[in-house]
Design a protein around this ligand. Sequence first.
Ligand SMILES: CC(C)=CCC[C@@H](C)[C@H]1CC[C@@]2(C)[C@@H]3CC[C@H]4C(C)(C)[C@@H](O)CC[C@@]45C[C@@]35CC[C@]12C
Length: 657
Amino acid sequence: MVVISQLACGGTNFMINRWQHWPVSGNCGATLSFPSLFHILCTPRPERNILYGKRYYAPEDSLILSLRKELFVEDFETIDWPAQRENIAKIDIYTPHSWLYSMVFGMLDTYEPFHSSWYRESALKVCLDHIKQDDIMTNFISIGPISKMINMLIRWLEDGPDSKAFLQHVDRVYDYIWMGRDGVNMQGTNGTQIWDVSYAAMAMIEAGAGTKPEFQEALRKAYSYLEVSQMVESSPKCVQYYRQYNKGGWPLTTRDHGLIVSDTTAEALKAAMLLEENCPFIGSEVKISRERLHEAVDLLLDMVNPNGGYSSYETLRGGEKLLELLNPSEVFGDIMVDYTYTECTSSVLQALRHFVDYDPKYRTDEIWNVLKNGLGYIKQNQLPDGSFEGSWGVCFTYGTWFALEAFACMGQNYNDNTASMQVKKACSFLVSRQMEDGGWGEKFASCSERRYVQSEKSLVVNTAWALLGLMAIMLSVMVVMDDGVGSVAVNSSVGGGCCVHSVDGGVAVGDDGVTDFYVGVTAIAVDSDGILTKRFYREVSKSYSIDRLMMATGLRRAYAEFLINLVQLDTLHSRIYFQSGPWGGTLSFTPPRPGRSQQKVSPTRTGKRSPIITSVGCGMKKCPSDVVPPPHFLEASYPLNVILGGGGIGGMKGMYD
Ligand SMILES: CC(C)=CCC[C@@H](C)[C@H]1CC[C@@]2(C)[C@@H]3CC[C@H]4C(C)(C)[C@@H](O)CC[C@@]45C[C@@]35CC[C@]12C
């Protein structure tokens, strides 16, 4: 197949070379292993081979001529196309062509004038067959926007402008296209619908929406959407066409698209279970049968890679080192096979771990095996500074959040001293990156430079991820509140100063004595690209009052009072006391002293202690000797500055109350 696809194209045709001016270059590729991620991202696709192999030309008309003038600075006819293959703007070269790539294409250039027409014909037939199958399997949406357009062009050329195939393609152009303020745009995927619905449903459940009548309809619809979107059948041809079988899985976007993703399947499965568990009204009309949930588990168990990790669309195939040498894309790295990722693995572990409790009888031993190996895989990914590099969000904050969620779902937390060294290091990493303003901010450049690049100001999304990671692993105390609003989870951190607490009702509370005051209004939502989870944080003030807090968050008075009637903080890893009473005063405490017992805190507070909210201890009484307090954590009295962040528990609840 490799040979066929290479023979089907060549190196010197002007159309192919023209494509090299685009981020996705036009060379044919080395494999047809459908439908790995690199097929979406880059170029080795049969459709290009066909356009080249058949020498399709559009007749020159005035539009084409004027486009040539617009696009090329030099006279089009005089351009030496073969020489342009390596002529790429510096800014676009992320992965330069390898020696192997240049050599192979050099050889193909030489072969091109003498190529065998018979061999080419049969290779093109195979390519066309793959394109047709791609159209059928994706309902003419195709894997991504690039192959979509080229498939469509080929069906136009092969089948004709009035053909059913071409018209079916036209119908699905709108899955990608949208009108933005800057004109017509095409998105990189036909959406992120299932991913979004799963996360949104889980956020609503966390926020307590499951018991609020006004949210029933939305949650019911979310569940129905998951029900209709699950893949119920794998094509019998998936092996023949190099596809991952997809029965039981969920795609990132829609069922029509059909390409399941491991972590989307995991998140959708988790959401379905949580909806059933937390919403009594779910299941009365529409029900995802137990059998279908089993099919989702089967698919996840089947997608595990030998290293214990999970890829996104398919299992790791092919020799990645060799194939990477044939990466033609220039602008992307590590795309030739679907690698394994901390994030995908973490999502799968969370879903499977939840499933074991949901249905303790189904394939339990196999699931535990996958869980154990999966955590082992994640551990291996830890970098010396404690962080985990993410691939699908920015970047170390995102990866570390997912890693911590994986450790947490496997039972590690600070509450009962089960946090491993890896977890401590990961938390230390996050804590060390907390900025003076209390938040976290990691620049996009982290992804390309592969090192943590801090932003000037903290950022909403990064702050949320860091807090979510810390909260996942450090939940330590639950206190039921007297006004029935909810419960409080209080956490302390390894870094010595910053404590991250999560409070049911919309906020997480942290206090490191220098942090600003943030209020999380926590809608879990999806960002403008529809990809990433967000919790919204709003900076309110450095000094605050109940009224401002209420105004900023929409919290009702009793709850706002509770929040700001916090907190006696008995330093690192230690003890939290809650006090009620009028807000005011300062909080004095002694910083942690490595290796020594914690000092008692003497709050200068007014007001009476609540009979209901009692003091609670949370584990360690001794500060571990390796803890170095951050420089700002000095022995002093501080105004009680608090981070209120979007709590993992019940983010939006405060908003409803
Ligand atoms: C290069 C061009 C122009 C288009 C192709 C882009 C697509 C390959 C990618 C656009 C969205 C992606 C990144 C998609 C987004 C969600 C993630 C994820 C968070 C679910 C992740 O965990 C697994 C991989 C993702 C599915 C992604 C894969 C690649 C895109 C579709």
